[in-house]
Design a protein around this ligand. Sequence first.
Ligand code: BEZ
Length: 284
Amino acid sequence: MGSSEESRDFWTSKQYATSAAFVPQLTQKVVQYLAVEENDRILDLGCGDGILTAQIASALKSGYILGLDASPSMIQSAQHAYPTLTHPRCEFRVKDCTQLIEGPSRDGAIDGTWDKVFSNAALHWILRSPSTRLSVLEAAYRALKPGGTFVFEMGGAGNVSEIHAALTAGLLHFGCPLETARAASPWFFPSDAWMKNALEGVGFTVDKVELEYRPTKLTEAQNGGLEGWVKLFGASVLDHVEESKRDECVGWVSALLQTIVTREEDGSQWLGYVRLRGVATKGA
Ligand code: BEZ
């Protein structure tokens, strides 16, 4: 999910299924925008454990979908859950999507033959670094055949800002300097204006880019809850805290957020997710 810039693989599919099961379930709109046709060839950037990739594959009769992800652990789970023998329409490959057209790991997938490039809940990790940001969008453009579409959903401006602030405060509380704490954020949550401009900059015609505030209910505490979310998604941030203090820091961050995310009426916990969704076309 993340890029190789974070040198460790922070992901395990078990943790992901526990703390973030809602991610592939909340995909109705972006999948509707993808408008899968049975012979589509689709490239999926940041496919994670492949659940959504395989769902999309089930709508293909003669088409094919290739899921790419930087996490070997996630790709291993995807290959295990959806082996080619029983799922011939989807395939998974370890690939750092920040390096699709740059550097030594230039990829054969960026060949101008794909009908669609798709990405769900991954671009906020993949676009994290300003130095590779535009090259990722350019890779999506170059991967497509003329007339092909890029369809994506990711965190947009203001996404999970309560978590963002609490994690930064956690680092400060546990001894990180302010600049380190600020720079530790592993995400880029662009505005609709930024994204439209960037897509047009690499050559796309933008059909739509929309922001949606979508508060999202966390899994029940025994299945992950707030602490599970902070541990899983904040792993690279928490890496800045001394290892022996990490669990304490997770507790501190979660305690800080407790009243902010918890609803009075039933004790359910919600995060302020903001979705940035878009469809852009490569001119024929
Ligand atoms: C998101 O899907 O918006 C998201 C997931 C994990 C961390 C940050 C954002």
